[in-house]
Write a protein that binds this ligand. Structure first.
Ligand SMILES: Nc1ncnc2c1ncn2[C@@H]1O[C@H](COP(=O)(O)OP(=O)(O)OP(=O)(O)O)[C@@H](O)[C@H]1O
Length: 437
């Protein structure tokens, strides 16, 4: 049984990069008919906020990425302590006492000598009396004792990965203040929750190496890992929940369609072209993680707008009828209204602007050189309310009377009737105009 999870820290609003992890894990679970877990990594009481935890759920629900099970790490602290005791009993956990400044100094010295900045395990040489004294003076933190061998796995995106554990510091799993850190908590959760596939950003590759050893030390079996590249903004700038850049909630507020975001994100950075999918089922069917590469991927929010407009244009009338009713379009003309505007709106809310124009009339735009032409055209208007052939009749009569044709005929008439150069087919517009031109 396939089990995946998305484990964000509730320290800000989800951004488009976070969505990459959420979506891939969700797609893998759904494609296999498995389980998708939403796990809030909320062990940091200072940075985690309930409102962010709520916002993460709202954002995922908005996109339709529903979860089968939800967990909070803050509810599972006793499990992490039990795992820590287990590691201690197995001789794989040791207390260290260096302050951040001391560690920094050690790192600088190593770098100056051209050596990798790996923790030197000085704490292993302390006798009990020294440990007691340091514990009383400054408190200690707990590190996992790595076995200095190569750690290897076959990554679902990166291919075979081999990391020399000797080039990595023994990870701190419990901080001086007793807080259990992500590296341990997520391993305990993944093992106990039966997670079979972990997809996350390449910021976690080193974590994965150390976590594989921790899982094995705890008697578990490592899941399959895949690390996707980190998304950047169009200029290559990094994203962070804490900075609030490219957040999903901003896209929602801007009226971007969920299926536009999902269609783009299910393909961006892969060797397959982006294709608009209008249902989650189609998205699931067309997903293949092996098509993604390790190269950094740029995300440009402008790519969402045309996709979003296409999602809207593809909506059947029944799907939009309730919203059309709320903006006051009479039922009798609602289907025609939708036909007219569907390909001319970037967001659903923009329907209201078109309705205001049809209901109240536009501010006409008339170029100086067209004044006489428009004056003449006004005299040839068919009687209001305009029927289905009103545009053909009017433009035909104006053509005959003035000799104008093509763009010189249609453009000024449209500008006069709608105040804009582009818009729906005029033969659909005219019957919708509630006031005479
Ligand atoms: N720019 C990014 N592109 C792709 N994935 C990302 C990016 N940033 C984070 N992730 C992934 O999002 C998931 C959630 O991570 P996390 O909650 O730590 O987010 P974060 O944005 O790094 O948070 P913070 O800014 O609070 O450190 C992880 O799988 C992580 O790899």
């Amino acid at each position: 049984m396939t089990v995946t999870r998305f484990a964000p820290s509730p320290t800000g609003y989800l951004h488009i990069g976070n969505l990459r992890s959420a979506l891939f894990n969700w797609l893998i679970a759904r494609k296999a008919g498995g389980t998708f877990i939403l796990r809030l990594d909320d062990t940091d009481p200072e940075r985690s906020k309930p409102e962010y935890a709520d916002a993460i759920q709202r954002d995922l629900e908005w996109l339709g990425l529903t979860w089968d099970r939800m967990e909070r790490q803050s509810d599972r602290l006793d499990r992490y302590r039990a795992a820590a005791d287990d590691l201690r009993a197995k001789g794989r956990f040791y207390e260290a006492f260096e302050t951040p400044t001391e560690l920094d100094l050690k790192r600088k010295k190593q770098l100056n000598m051209g050596r990798p900045p790996v923790y030197d395990r000085a704490a292993l040489d302390l006798d009990e009396a020294a440990k007691d004294r340091l514990r009383a003076e400054r408190g200690g933190h707990w590190r996992f004792l790595l076995e200095r061998e190569r750690i290897e796995w076959d990554d679902g995106i990166l291919g075979p990965v081999s990391i020399d554990a000797g080039s990595v510091s023994d990870p701190v799993l419990i901080r001086g203040d007793g807080q259990v850190l992500y590296t341990l908590a997520s391993v305990v959760d993944d093992t106990e929750m039966g997670v079979t596939h972990v997809v996350r950003g390449s910021d976690h590759v080193t974590n994965t190496a150390t976590q594989i050893q921790i899982i094995e030390a705890l008697g578990g079996t490592p899941p399959a890992f895949a690390h996707h590249s980190l998304l950047t903004g169009p200029q290559g700038e990094g994203l962070s929940k804490r900075l609030g850049s490219l957040s999903l909630r901003d896209f929602r507020e801007a009226g971007i369609e969920p299926m536009a975001i999902l269609s783009l994100m299910a393909r961006l950075g892969s060797s397959d072209p982006v294709e608009l999918r209008t249902t989650l089922d189609e998205l699931v069917a067309g997903f293949d993680i092996s098509r993604f590469g390790a190269a950094p991927t740029k995300f440009d929010a402008d790519d969402l707008k045309p996709l979003s407009a296409r999602v809207i244009a593809a909506e059947p009338f029944e799907a939009v009828a309730p919203q059309i009713a709320t903006i006051g379009v009479p039922d009798a003309i609602a289907p025609q209204f939708w036909e007219a505007v569907r390909e001319n709106i970037a967001t659903r809310d923009a329907m209201a602007d078109w309705w205001a124009l049809f209901r109240d009339g536009a501010q006409p735009v008339v170029a100086d050189e067209d004044r006489a032409f428009i004056e003449q055209a006004r005299g040839l208007l068919p009687p209001h309310p305009y029927g289905p052939d009103a545009w053909a009749e009017w433009s035909g009569a104006v053509k005959d009377a003035t000799g104008r044709k093509g763009r010189a005929l249609f453009r000024p008439l449209r500008l006069y009737a709608t105040g804009a150069e582009t818009g729906p087919d005029m033969s659909l517009v005219m019957p919708l105009l509630q006031k005479p031109l």
